[in-house]
Ligand binder design. Structure first.
Ligand SMILES: NC(=O)c1ccc[n+]([C@@H]2O[C@H](COP(=O)([O-])OP(=O)(O)OC[C@H]3O[C@@H](n4cnc5c(N)ncnc54)[C@H](OP(=O)(O)O)[C@@H]3O)[C@@H](O)[C@H]2O)c1
Length: 242
C-alpha cells in the first residue's frame, strides 16, 4: 500500500475561496492542517470566511485579490510569502460564468469570462511558480469544468475559456515536471453553488454535486505520494451531464 502525503503545515493558496467550491476547498484543507490563503475579490465576504475558519482553530489568511489583475496577483504571492515564508500548493479555482448565444453575447462579458477563467490561471501560476520551485516543488490544481471538453450551447466564452485553461494546464505540466511541480486539471460537472444564482434555468440542485465532492477529490490528489501525478480528473454527478 502506498503511503499518502500529509498536507499538514503545507501552505496553499485557494483562489475564489469565498464561495462555493473554493470555500469548500479552503475548509477541507484548513481542517487537514494546511495553512490556507483565501483569495477572492469581495473583501468582506472572503474575510468573513477566513474569520469563521480561524474560529475553528485553523491557520488561514484572507487576501482580497482579483486574479485578472497583475498587480493584485503579485501582491497575493508576496503577502503569502511574507506571512508563511513558503508556498506548496496553488489551487486556481476562481472563475465566472456569463451565458448566452454568440449572436447576442456582449463583448465585455467575453472579457470577464476569458479573463477570470483563463488569464487568472496564467497570472497566478506564473507568479507562484518561482516560489514553488524554490521550495523544492509543489502542486498546481486548476479547477476547470467538463465544459473544457463538451460544447454546451450558449456557453461559447465559458467553453473557450475552460478549453484554453485545459490546454494551458497541459503545457504547464510539461514545462515544470522536471522541477518537481505536479499540475492537475480538475473537470467538474454541475455543482450546487452560487455560480448558478443568476441562471434561472439551471439543472436540478438535488442532482448536482456538492462543493465538498470537488474539495474531497482535490484533497486526495494533494495527498498522493510525490512518486505519481494525477494529470486530469473528471468529477461528475452520478447522472452525468445534467
Ligand atoms: N458550479 C458549477 O456547476 C461548476 C462546474 C464546473 C466548474 N466550475 C468551476 O469551479 C470554479 C468555482 O465555481 P463555483 O461554482 O464555486 O462558483 P461561485 O460559487 O460563483 O464562486 C466563485 C468564486 O470565485 C471568485 N471570483 C470570481 N471572479 C474572480 C476574480 N476575477 N478574481 C478572484 N476571485 C474571483 C468569487 O468571489 P468574488 O466574486 O468576491 O471575487 C467566488 O469566491 C469556477 O472556476 C467554475 O467555473 C463550477
Amino acid at each position: 500500500m502506498l503511503t499518502r502525503n500529509s498536507i499538514e503545515g503545507k501552505v496553499a493558496i485557494v483562489t475564489g475561496a469565498s464561495k462555493g467550491i473554493g470555500k469548500a476547498i479552503a475548509g477541507v484543507f484548513a481542517k487537514s492542517g494546511a495553512k490556507v490563503v483565501l483569495a477572492a475579490r469581495t473583501r468582506k465576504v472572503v474575510e468573513q470566511v477566513a474569520y469563521d475558519l480561524k474560529e475553528t482553530g485553523a491557520d488561514v489568511l484572507a487576501i482580497p485579490t482579483d486574479v485578472t489583475n497583475v498587480d493584485a496577483v503579485q501582491s497575493l504571492i508576496t503577502e503569502t510569502l511574507d506571512v508563511y515564508q513558503r508556498l506548496d500548493i496553488l489551487i486556481n479555482n476562481a472563475g465566472a460564468g456569463v451565458f448566452g448565444n454568440v449572436i447576442d453575447y456582449d463583448h465585455t462579458d467575453w472579457d470577464t469570462v476569458i479573463n477570470s477563467n483563463l488569464k487568472g490561471v496564467f497570472l497566478c501560476s506564473k507568479f507562484a511558480l518561482p516560489h514553488l520551485i524554490a521550495d523544492g516543488g509543489g502542486q498546481i490544481i486548476n479547477v476547470l469544468s467538463i465544459a473544457a471538453k463538451v460544447p454546451f450551447p450558449a456557453s461559447g466564452a465559458y467553453c473557450a475559456a475552460k478549453a484554453g485553461a485545459l490546454a494551458l494546464t497541459k503545457v504547464l505540466a510539461a514545462e515544470v515536471r522536471q522541477q518537481n511541480v505536479r499540475v492537475t486539471a480538475v473537470l467538474p460537472g454541475s455543482v450546487e453553488s452560487p455560480f448558478w444564482d443568476d441562471i434561472p434555468e439551471h439543472p436540478d440542485f438535488d442532482k448536482m454535486l456538492k462543493p465538498e465532492h470537488i474539495a474531497d477529490a482535490i484533497l486526495s490528489v494533494c495527498q498522493q505520494p510525490d512518486s505519481m501525478v494525477t494529470e486530469e480528473i473528471v468529477v461528475m454527478p452520478p447522472l452525468g451531464i445534467l
